[in-house]
Design a protein around this ligand. Structure first.
Ligand code: AMP
Ligand code: MG
Ligand code: MG
Length: 308
């Protein structure tokens, strides 16, 4: 059998890495020593963030040496001996058996950038809101989010004891999620998902203007993308700086594979280029439908305070 295209093999490995990172995160929580250090105001890092990133980046760079990998955590100053990193060699066969969309068949490693948030929602993780935590691996080509994985290590559903993984590729579809054809059972009316721990006056102003029937205030960008992907919320709204490309790439790709849209809060696409800043300085707006109408409701005074 011919070898699968690079993008399919990469996605398959990324899913296995995200699952292993979830196991690392659960083990560290169980062990009880989180090893918290502060990277900045309201910006903690734990041993779980460090070890999960080491697992993902070491595993991927060994298999795909010519791909650019950009991870949230700066772990370069730590032990350079990789021998104690968990190295994932498994593939996810389900993905390898799928037909890669034609436009990605010939993509080469050097054209790909992988964005890794080894533990999204660290603040919530340290405060016990573990269902808000996700492992995010996003794949971009020429600045565009094209595939992604959101792994949730701790679920509300006890049947999913070892977490759950949602993944997708533009042109291929989304797998592992609750079918979005299910009727929404909670949060009736128009619902927005907003930050729990980085709330400010810009968020307040946009929420007031959008005037939702229901507000889901939870941690993590990956978690809020899941709310939109699974139709528990109509939008993820964050009209201020703070998120980075690794927070949005995976969710954007999965949402796009379902026909949804992500832009910043002035309406520009988010570009995933390693030559540009990692910061989403103009915020994030993610929806499955009705994107422009919602964008139009964000007041001009708020947009004027974001880089255009
Ligand atoms: P949140 O929605 O506040 O849970 O944030 C989603 C992601 O963006 C998390 O990875 C946060 O750490 C990051 N983030 C958002 N706002 C900020 C901020 N003001 N400072 C640091 N990180 C932020
Ligand atoms: Mg994050
Ligand atoms: Mg993180």
């Amino acid at each position: 059998m011919a070898t699968a295209p690079v993008l399919t093999r990469l996605l398959s490995s990324c899913i296995s890495c995200a699952n292993s990172a979830g196991g690392i995160i659960r083990n560290i929580l169980r062990g009880g020593n989180l090893g918290v250090v502060m990277k900045g105001f309201d910006d903690p890092q734990t041993e779980a963030d460090r070890q999960a990133q080491r697992c993902i980046t070491t595993s991927l760079s060994r298999k795909f040496p010519n791909i650019t990998i950009i991870g949230e955590e700066d772990i370069s100053s730590q032990v350079t001996d990789e021998s104690d990193a968990v190295v994932v060699t498994e593939e996810t066969n389900e993905v390898l058996q799928m037909t890669c969309p034609q436009k990605y068949e010939k993509i080469e490693e050097r054209q790909i950038v992988v964005w890794v948030d080894p533990l999204d929602g660290t603040k919530e993780f340290t405060e016990g809101f573990v269902t808000h935590v996700t492992v995010l691996i996003g794949i971009s080509i020429e600045g565009e989010a094209v595939a992604g994985i959101i792994h949730q290590p701790f679920c509300d559903d006890p049947a999913q004891g070892s977490g759950r993984t949602i993944w997708g590729m533009v042109g291929l579809g989304v797998y592992g999620h609750v079918p979005i054809t299910l009727p929404r059972t909670t949060n009736a009316g128009f619902c927005v998902a907003i930050t729990r721990s980085h709330f400010n006056e810009l968020v307040q102003g946009a929420v007031d203007a959008v005037n939702p029937d229901h507000i889901l205030r939870e941690g993590g960008a990956g978690n809020k993308y899941l709310k939109v992907i699974e139709k528990h919320a109509d939008a993820y709204l964050y009209p201020t700086k703070g998120t980075k490309k690794w927070d949005t790439c995976a969710g954007e790709a999965i949402l796009k594979a379902l026909g949804g849209t992500t832009t910043d809060c002035v309406g520009k696409p988010i570009q995933y280029l390693p030559s540009q800043s990692v910061h989403n300085l103009s915020g994030v707006l993610a929806t499955l439908q009705g994107h422009q109408q919602l964008l139009d409701k964000i007041p001009q005074e708020i947009k004027a305070r974001l880089p255009q």
